[in-house]
Design a protein around this ligand. Structure first.
Ligand code: XIL
Length: 380
């Protein structure tokens, strides 16, 4: 069942908002919209009225793939930003505002340890535009506030801090955030565990190996039994030592009933990724995770360039189309999300010197060739 891409299938999880649209549509249009359970690729018969015609979100809905963008509340004041975000996408995910540092800037001893303002604004925006919200991220080695980093806590104290953080943040967004990146980037490229404050410096006292990840997943499940729980990482798209280690962990977790529902593939790539062997390897990798019964999300897609020449933009569009195709052809792939949507507010120029132009809209909010490529791949 898990390999059928159908929001109408029986599920232990709450049906996401897109599903309510599908359900509403099937009520409105009788049996017309019901996807065939026999086919992993139900053809769209009609579209619910809530998604604007011709948008990415609508094209994705025909494939039962949510189309997401990472977003920041500060930019909602820009008319073009909110118009595109609210019309083209069926999901948003705070780019920073649900991370530990921004959302929990002060210690629990403070009368006001949490700051939900930014993320609450994004959730309100999403709700008023009928979008899903995905949460990111509860356990990560970056963007941790100084009060945690420099607090000199013992392992048991750190465990108590993380448990209460997960309880508060996931609890605050219960029934509003349908999926969480619970743990982000816990592995090194060679498949060993990354040394972090949560793992071994001093760690949360959960034991060796992947046990702290298991512990975080269990705390998240307790905080919101309905939310889908993900492990998310970068450079684990293809078959390699990192994805092997994540696969071994996922297999072990599924066998032992640890609450892991899906894997997030960040997919921060450059044009170098456009190689048939790489793309085939990405497809194979997704397939092995799908066979474990996991949902697959492309969580942070962007394709950085070193210039914005017409040739580069064309090559970028081709690769965006190919990545979209991978998701379309993998029934367990339920989310295609870009890391932002306009080059005006992309993280790339700040983190990769001399690179940029990574998203679907340019810095003047004009659609790039990559936009059409994604749209076409969804509609094909
Ligand atoms: C990045 C944001 O885009 C930046 O604004 C921030 O300064 C640093 O983090 N992998 C992740 C994301 O999981 O959280 C990162 O986001 C990009 C890499």
């Amino acid at each position: 069942m898990l390999n059928h891409r159908s929001y109408l299938q029986p599920s232990t999880h709450r049906l996401p908002r897109v599903c309510h649209r599908a359900a509403t549509a099937s009520l409105l249009f009788g049996l017309a919209f019901q996807p065939s359970l026999a086919s992993p690729k139900p053809k769209p018969q009609t579209q619910p009225p809530s998604l604007s015609a011709g948008t990415l979100g609508q094209a994705g809905q025909g494939r039962h793939i949510a189309i997401g963008a990472a977003a920041a509340s500060a930019y909602l004041a820009e008319a073009e930003y909110s118009a595109i975000l609210g019309s083209e996408f069926s999901q948003l995910q705070p780019e920073n505002e649900t991370k530990f540092g921004p959302i929990h800037p002060r210690p629990d001893s403070d009368p006001n340890p949490y700051d939900f303002n930014g993320a609450d604004k994004l959730v309100a925006f999403a709700q008023s535009h009928h979008m899903l919200v995905r949460g990111h991220t509860l356990v990560w080695h970056n963007q941790i506030p100084d009060w945690v980093k420099k607090g000199g806590y013992t392992a048991p104290q750190l465990a108590a801090i993380l448990q209460s953080h997960i309880h508060a943040v996931v609890g605050h967004y219960a029934s509003k955030v349908y999926a969480w990146d619970v743990v982000n980037e816990a592995f090194n490229d060679d498949g060993t565990m990354r040394d972090t404050i949560w793992y071994d410096q001093p760690g949360i006292n959960a034991g060796a190996g992947t046990q702290y990840i298991e512990q975080a997943l269990r705390w998240a499940r307790a905080a919101d039994p309905q939310a889908k729980l993900f492990y998310n990482d970068y450079d684990a798209e293809v078959l390699n030592r990192k994805s092997d280690a994540i696969y071994a962990m996922a297999k072990d977790f599924k066998q032992r009933g640890v609450p892991l529902d899906g894997i997030g593939f960040q997919t921060h790539i450059s044009l170098k990724f456009d190689d048939p062997a790489n793309l085939a390897s990405y497809a194979k990798n997704m397939e092995r995770f799908a066979k474990l019964g996991l949902e697959l999300h492309l969580t942070e897609l962007d394709i950085r360039l070193t210039d914005s020449s017409p040739e580069s933009l064309r090559a970028q569009a081709k690769l965006y189309g190919e990545i979209t195709d991978l998701c379309v052809h993998q029934p367990a792939c339920k989310l295609l999300q870009t890391w932002g949507f306009t080059d005006k507010h992309s993280w790339i120029p700040n983190f990769y010197k001399g690179q940029g132009w990574a998203l679907l809209w340019d810095e003047n909010y004009q659609k790039k060739p990559a936009y059409e490529a994604v749209h076409d791949a969804l509609m094909k």
